[in-house]
Design a protein around this ligand. Sequence first.
Ligand SMILES: Cc1cc2nc3c(=O)[nH]c(=O)nc-3n(C[C@H](O)[C@H](O)[C@H](O)COP(=O)(O)O)c2cc1C
Length: 611
Amino acid sequence: MEWDSDSDLSTEEDEIYMLDDAGPLPFPVSNLLQAAPCGIVVTDALELDHPIIYVNTVFEKVTGYRAEDVLGRNCRFLQCRGPFAKRRHTLVDSAIVSEIRRCLEKGIEFQGELLNFRKDGSPLMNRLRLTPIYGDDETITHIIGIQFFAEANIDLGPVPGSTIKESSKSSDQFLSSPLASLRPLPTGDRNVSRGFCGILQLSDEVLSLKILSRLTPRDIASVGSVCRQLYELTRNEDLWRMVCQNAWGSETTSVLETVPAARRLGWGRLARELTTLEAAAWRKLTVGGAVEPSRCNFSACAVGNRVVLFGGEGVNMQPMNDTFVLDLNSSNPEWQHVQVSSPPPGRWGHTLSCVNGSHLVVFGGCGTQGLLNDVFVLDLDEKPPTWREISGLAPPLPRSWHSSCTLDGTKLIVSGGCADSGVLLSDTFLLDLSMEKPVWREIPVAWTPPSRLGHTLTVYGGRKILMFGGLAKSGPLRFRSSDVFTMDLSEEEPCWRCVTGSGMPGSGNPGGIAPPPRLDHVAVSLPGGRILIFGGSVAGLHSASQLYTLDPTDERPTWRILNVPGHPPRFAWGHSTCVVGGTRAIVLGGQTGEEWMLSELHELSLASSVI
Ligand SMILES: Cc1cc2nc3c(=O)[nH]c(=O)nc-3n(C[C@H](O)[C@H](O)[C@H](O)COP(=O)(O)O)c2cc1C
């Protein structure tokens, strides 16, 4: 569903029992009002054939089946006319049943209407919605079925030997009596509504902890439209915090917690804005101080709300080894040259990453003596900050223009780059910096993407990495690439998979507009797994300031252009970007073609009022 801005949960006060806010209700409200309150069935998706583990009293009363009759069974018995029928009734639409089967097999939501029968054999129309619920490891653990029952005006004649009249009478009474409860109820009168709505048979705790917190932010917005109790639950900040934590991981939520402005926004609003990116905007950032002497090919990275810049190429190709910090928490942020003990040898074309909270790690690059493969770590909070060399055993080949990212907050991943005499590399190495004596480990893979430099590596979905673009080898030639490859490092035998790209056999660019092939761009990982690509060197373009997003977790990942108001950087090549506090991407530097810019700083704020 699209996140509908009309269904802003933070402002609406609705006086009626079923919300009628033109939001994306699963079914038209008018139909709900004509029908009974909904039945709810929960099945165990980890067991064979989806046995029922819960039915609410509406289900029991409308169908005439008691919980103990149906627990442990598959719901298809409702398609049979009475408890003694052995086959699905011929009037039950088999195309709809196949569609349910298909949706359950694919793990996707189902909505549709089909004929069902009460225990006494009388027909019922069932507008059914099935929603999969995910567990911690992204497997579907349960399916929730919401059933909107209505009378079916079909005369099927009596069920042989049944007492249909008697029992259907009680069901009819049930179907008609709750209509009285659909009149407006005073806001907050939860006890009154609790008496009528079948969904209220689940306690708030069960609904919040076991069900709602497992849904995605988009689904929560949808579920909130179903009835008053869910609507009120979906306004609860603690629930939204759990939803954000489940959807984005606890690392991202802890970072967001440290940003005062993000806290002010609230989890519900933040979840919405970071999901839809509706509030994203560019702005120019004026900061004090200076990074002197001026340079290019430096590396920058964020430590909490501080941006750290290390090294780079000074005048006359002088490799630099100084460290600068810009504290964006301060009211007047300014670049500060940090006095550090034992700095690493000067370099450019290296990577700078953040590990273990406040530690920075420098790897590789090009120094006065040529290419490097050393590792230096600095604890920014140490007084005075001191660079320490890590003598990781079995290091990768010396290289520059490789790419790096941090996994689990503690492991440095390095991939590709340019080795001696211009040879391009395609290997991937991991260095676990939580170990006392870190050891480099090459990730063994049967197949690697073509070797490349100037590409990006980003982490998404906890332990998956995504490689995009770069200058890639293609036979004897080298081309800019727009290929996307992913690798799941939680797998026992991780392997590279081609997600999309122009140059790969068997793959085409997906629907949507792919970013033109490029190198030296930046990639930002957004909460929820999406990747944002910005800038870089693109053939024929001096400045590629268009933003592109891709969700690699989609069934068919599709590139989308993200149009963002405000003032983007004029130069988006030779720049460096880091995400500060989870909601702001800071862009530093950039090249005009002739000149390097370091005076201009830009910010892409991903959520509103986080200034
Ligand atoms: C949570 C859940 C609730 C369901 N509720 C109904 C229902 O109310 N009525 C119905 O006819 N089928 C319902 N089904 C679908 C059937 O259980 C079954 O999946 C469907 O008939 C397709 O499978 P089959 O072809 O093996 O019968 C439900 C399924 C699940 C998982």
